[in-house]
Design a protein. Sequence first.
Length: 99
Amino acid sequence: MVKVSDYRQATNSEGKPFFSLELQGGLEMVKSNSTGKFYATVRTTSVSTTFDEATCVAMLGQELPGDIQKVECEPYEYVVPSTGEKVELKYTWTYVPEG
């Protein structure tokens, strides 16, 4: 199960506004490569919608059957917000419905 945790307004390539929902998976314990200690995290991803803002607000807290999974993609550069370090990633997180 994933939960709708937030929403955001963005602009499409034609300059028109639209909303997306942020989806959050369940709690996971991950072992740090650098320290060997475990830390808690959740996977997140966003999905575009046809909703207006009021509908997005109404969706907050809703649960959907499915999971957030790692999917390979073309390499891209990502800046780690906490350190400013630039890294190259070859995956993205995607919502996959149950079934």
